[in-house]
Design a protein around this ligand. Sequence first.
Ligand SMILES: C[S@@+](CC[C@H](N)C(=O)[O-])C[C@H]1O[C@@H](n2cnc3c(N)ncnc32)[C@H](O)[C@@H]1O
Length: 356
Amino acid sequence: MQQAVSTINEEKIHDFLGKVVTDFGASLSSVLGYMGIKLGIYKALADSSGLSSAELAGKTGLTERYIREWLLNQASGGYVEYDSATGRYSMTPEQNVALTDETSPFYVGGGFYVVKAMMHAQERISDSFMNGGGMLWGEHDPDLFVGTEKFFRPGYTAHLVNEWIPALTGIKEKLEKGVKVADIGCGHGASTVIMAQAFPNSEFHGFDYHQPSVDNAKKNAESANVSDRVHFDAAKSTEFPGDDYALVCFFDCLHDMGDPVGALEHARQTLADDGSVMIVEPMAGNNVEDNFNPVGRTFSAASTLCCTANAIAQGGEALGAVATEDALRNVAKDAGFSHFERCAETPFNRIFEARK
Ligand SMILES: C[S@@+](CC[C@H](N)C(=O)[O-])C[C@H]1O[C@@H](n2cnc3c(N)ncnc32)[C@H](O)[C@@H]1O
């Protein structure tokens, strides 16, 4: 014991403890962020020029004592502002857009839903560490499905039509003329609907093996008035119907699949000869240490609690959310594609094109 203490560097241990306490605050505050969205507290505050806890409680119809505590936490995290002269809280335009505007590419609210849902999986995943089992997507807290849609949609809105599709070989022109597209592992269909709105001459087919997600995707297509050209059906990535697709997409889901080679092989069989497969995967490096940053930290945690567990539950080896480019290239090669390249990227995603 004495020996262990003497080897500890005082400054380093304080730095490390500071880091851990920061994470305690961040983890707990993330739950409060979820509540801020779900209970409409951010929206009420953003839609004001500044409110005391009593005024915010009055506006939201919530209990002042809880609101007072919540506000202090939020101000200490820099999510809202506090004016000590008036005792009022407010939000800057940046805090407002990131926490309340679901149509903005800067919206981050979905992340709180994902964190909340994934924390519920801890017990099952701990068991899986011991028994090698998995956990299917559909076995998670339903906020995972809502949160995933909310979290990914801003990135798709910002980049999919303007950057990712034009980066594929001749696909934008084909979509403008009118072709068939398949969106595999489509979840709530955010990407499918965004593409359908941008390319009214084309026909879109979203497939996911999780029936409740397919049902939600249908509702989303109806609300967006595109259900005449967008069809959603439950199907596994290795079995989805159709042929002659000009474009087959995998948005943030290939690494979740138990048989990614089988999924890409099936995509190749259903693809037109001059078609493209677009594979959107989380940003990750080619070396372990390239992922030692906030994005790599977040995706590897999500991978442990969800993506890897889903692939294992489907009987696969599991690529993981931080799969290297080399690993993904090998999957495409094993699936029979002769061409595979990274054609675009954002801080959060890598976009790959595979062709026959
Ligand atoms: C992280 S979510 C992404 C959802 C959607 N693509 C998006 O970007 O919002 C992964 C999706 O893959 C689906 N999925 C996982 N394994 C699948 C499989 N073998 N076949 C079809 N869908 C699958 C899940 O049900 C889930 O909806």
